[in-house]
Design a binder for this molecule. Structure first.
Ligand code: SF4
Length: 373
């Protein structure tokens, strides 16, 4: 089944490390909401034969929308797309924007998964990242979500901050595990070009974390979360059994997804396109009945094979029959030598159905894929 992504670009403030398309000026919100509903309807006829089992509101900060704004979007989605009754419906949220009253209202919407951008449980680290919430607020929001009946909760965490110690990262993980959520995503801090953080490094105000320390943090994360009952199913993602994010798995297993809103990327058939990263132009294009993308590509066979291997190894592994069905290639015979190298070095394990990376392999994933495939 396919997935639906909606990009809600509004944020209260811009975090120094953020590379997503997000804006703090909310004056075009009404026009944006009208446009995204129009864009949803625009693609519905072309996708009338598809079934959908995941809807993901990302951003930006989707939790800034109110009940009525979500309700109207859901009506348009459910009126125009075949969304299965058990679909996973996620909203990303900033803990500072969700209180118990709002959560109780949201419980009356189809939302059944909340992803909290917590990042850290240490106030100094949150201030460095220019997050709007405190550690206490984050815990309160997460507990309120669980109390309201949102059972499927994710925490996004960031490690390898400048000056962060292994002990402070361990503390963050312990606090995350204590909250007993179903899913944890733990990413290392990236200095993305164009962000405030990137220019701070250029000016010598901050430095990357030590590479060996970052590796140590990553290895500790894999071990600690595994010991705490979370199964790693992607380089940076860990879930209690049965709570792997269905929507993100679509990206990693090359399933189809349609995406709405500025900067949103879709993958349908063998075409991938990305919408324009400008809210004003996005609204104008949609309102004039034109596609809102600024970039479209057709994925050729070779690219599709490379992506299948790369994304598969980064996540749940490469399934041999799936690979044969998609590319008409026997993976085991075509890649015999790289497979042997991976297994001999302890980077991967294989059974009769698939090959997947070990923890040692995840830690070296990018190098492995680049060198062997
Ligand atoms: S809240 Fe999220 S999307 Fe918004 S600026 Fe911060 S990191 Fe970016």
């Amino acid at each position: 089944m396919a997935g639906i992504y909606l990009h809600i670009p509004f944020c209260d403030t811009k975090c120094i490390y953020c590379d997503f398309y997000s804006i703090t000026n909310h004056t075009k919100k009404t026009e944006f909401l009208a446009a995204i509903k129009k864009e949803i309807i625009h693609y519905s006829t072309k996708l009338s034969d598809r079934k959908f089992d995941s809807v993901f509101f990302g951003g930006g900060t989707p939790s800034l929308l109110n009940y009525n704004e979500f309700d109207e979007i859901f009506k348009v989605l459910y009126d125009n797309y075949d969304i299965s009754p058990g679909a996973e419906i996620t909203i990303e949220s900033n803990p500072g924007t969700l209180n118990i009253d709002k959560l109780r209202e949201f419980k009356n919407l189809p939302i059944n998964r909340i992803s909290f951008g917590v990042q850290s449980f240490i106030d100094e680290e949150l201030q460095f990242l220019t997050r709007i919430h405190s550690a206490k607020q984050a815990k309160e929001s997460i507990l309120a979500a669980k109390e309201t009946g949102f059972d499927n909760v994710n925490l996004d965490m960031i490690f390898a901050l400048p000056n962060q110690t292994l002990d402070s990262w361990k503390y963050n993980l312990e606090e995350a595990v204590k909250l007993d959520t179903k899913h944890i995503s733990a990413y290392s801090l990236i200095f993305e070009k164009g962000t405030m953080l990137y220019s701070m490094r250029d000016k010598g105000q901050v430095q990357n974390a030590d590479i060996e320390l970052e590796q140590e943090m990553y290895e500790y994360t894999m071990q600690y979360l595994s010991d705490s009952g979370y199964r790693q199913y992607e380089i940076s993602n860990y879930a209690k059994p049965g709570y792997e994010c269905r929507h993100n798995l679509k990206y990693w297993t090359l399933e189809e997804y349609i995406a709405f809103g500025p900067s949103a990327s879709s993958y349908i058939g063998n075409n991938r396109w990305t919408n324009i990263k400008n809210i004003g132009r996005y609204i104008d294009l949609v309102e004039s009945g034109k596609p809102a993308y600024d970039f479209i590509e057709t994925i050729d066979n070779e690219t599709s094979i490379t992506e299948h291997i790369m994304l598969g190894l980064r996540s749940i592994g490469v399934n041999f029959s799936d690979f044969r069905n998609r590319h008409n290639i026997d993976f085991e015979s075509a890649y015999k030598s790289p497979i042997n190298t991976l297994i001999t070095n302890g980077y991967a394990v294989k059974d009769e159905n698939s090959i997947s990376l070990t923890r040692k392999g995840y830690a070296m994933c990018d190098e492995i894929v680049a060198t062997l495939f």
